[in-house]
Design a binder for this molecule. Structure first.
Ligand code: DOR
Ligand code: ZN
Length: 443
């Protein structure tokens, strides 16, 4: 057999471990995986992955590109270009600016706006507010999941009242979609933010750890009652990770995710670094970081996403209270986890679990696995080469990142989407016509 693409000599992540395998791709799908030599046809591409790790293309279940509405900050083209450079081949996008994805018509308009711009595969979330509970069933076939905010973050829509949140659970029940809840308690945040000075050190005080603990507990109890698959994203405290672990042990359909910024940084970095580190939930303390690392290691937290949230350089340079929260991190998530593996906090198998199997399972996506017949979405990384990004390497429109200037031990060498190289590691992605597919999900 002759293939369109052969990746040979690498250590391939399959079923939770690495094996020395060659991978043959035909018509966008994995056609063979074995230790036998493979060859391409005359027009085919051969990639020598000796010394490298071959993962399924990673999945980022939680990003906020600003398309449509605020494409000056990010659009689907730039956001998915950053994804490709970061080894991400599937993104799930949450519209967090007007027009929010509140019904089937707006969902169709969003799909129309982004379809031709996606360099990687994608799905979109439906926005959940008190006002649109009767619209959720009607848009279920257009979205991969639903999202609600228990307190205001950056977008305008919230579900702060527990009665309303229980109505949202009832509305989503039976739709076969995950309900993602930004879990910080509004009542606690309202009290905590009173009278704080206009300084970055106020951020973690204005959205304290207990706001997350209480909201996560409430969301889990509603899941216990309604049995709607619940995702707790961007977990920032050790205690919240423990609550998620307990819920899973109780047999509830709960998944939990955290972000690289909670695993690498603490409040000291935020105070030293300023507004670029301002994010909701806030980056917490050394104790939380240690507990979160233990939780991703043990599987209590099942995946990692970027929460890529682009704001302009100008906005991020304002005085503290005026700075919008959000960190654009999609391009550095995989190198950040590779760095944690280089430090020994994780191993490379954990990286595959947290960025491939974990997210696919949590959201019911047909991606994140390399096996014969699977879509040939692949990322090849070189663990021995460092990522030292300069601002000029950034593909996001924002032009800033808390990860520039850091040395991360591990580098994205090649990103492949359906058998086609979309990023070859040498500077700008080699991108022609975007070929990302709209994915569906079912839980
Ligand atoms: O820091 C954040 N930024 N947290 C969110 O919940 C939303 C996000 C955004 O869209 O900017
Ligand atoms: Zn988010």
């Amino acid at each position: 057999m002759e293939f369109d693409l052969v990746i040979d000599g690498g250590r391939v992540y399959v079923d939770g471990r690495f094996a020395s395998l060659n991978v043959g791709v035909l018509a966008g799908r994995v056609a063979a995986m074995s230790a036998l030599p493979m060859r391409t046809h005359a027009q085919g591409t051969s990639i020598n992955a000796a010394g490298k790790l071959v993962f399924p293309g990673t999945i980022d279940t939680h990003v906020h590109f600003r398309d449509p509405g605020r494409t000056d900050k990010e659009d689907f083209e730039s956001g998915t270009r950053a994804a490709a450079a970061g080894g991400v081949t599937t993104v799930l996008d949450i519209q967090n600016n007007v027009p929010l994805t509140t019904d089937a018509t707006v969902a169709d308009e969003k799909h129309a706006a982004i379809a031709s711009k996606a360099h990687v595969n994608y799905g979109i979330y439906g926005s959940v507010g008190v006002q649109n509970l009767d619209k959720l069933a009607g848009m279920a076939d257009r979205v991969v999941a639903f999202k609600a905010f228990m307190t205001k973050s950056v977008g305008p829509l919230t579900v702060t009242d527990l009665g309303d949140l229980s109505k949202a659970f009832a509305a989503i029940k039976g739709l076969g979609r995950v309900f993602t809840i930004h879990a910080e308690s509004d009542a606690i945040v309202q009290v905590a933010k009173e009278g704080l000075p206009d300084h970055i050190s106020s951020h973690v005080k204005s959205r304290p750890r207990v706001a997350e603990w209480v909201a996560v507990a409430e969301a889990i109890e509603l899941c216990r009652e309604y049995r709607v698959p619940l995702n707790i994203p961007h977990i920032s405290t050790g205690r919240a990770a423990t609550l998620v672990k307990q819920a899973k042990e109780d047999g509830l359909p709960v998944s939990g995710a955290t972000c690289a910024h909670y695993l690498l940084f603490t409040d000291d970095d935020v105070i030293a670094g300023g507004g670029f580190w301002k994010v909701n939930p806030p980056i917490k303390f050394a104790e939380d970081r240690e507990q979160l690392l233990a939780a991703v290691k043990s599987g209590a937290i099942d995946h990692v996403h970027s929460d890529h949230a682009p704001h302009t350089l100008e906005e991020k340079s304002k005085n503290f209270l005026a700075i919008p929260s959000g960190i654009p991190g999609i391009q550095h998530q995989l190198p950040a986890l590779l760095e944690l593996a280089a430090r020994g906090a994780l191993n490379y198998e954990d990286v595959g679990r947290l960025l491939c199997d974990g997210p696919a399972q949590a959201f019911g996506l047909d991606r994140g696995r390399l096996t014969v017949g699977a879509a040939a979405d692949v990322v090849i990384v070189d663990p021995s080469v460092e990522t030292c990004s300069a601002p000029s390497d950034l593909q996001s429109k924002t032009g800033h990142s808390i990860f520039t200037g850091l040395t991360l031990r591990g580098r994205v060498a090649t990103t492949i989407l359906a058998g086609t190289v979309i990023f070859d590691g040498a500077g700008l992605p080699r991108l022609a016509t975007p070929s990302g597919q709209r994915l569906s999900a079912r839980v």
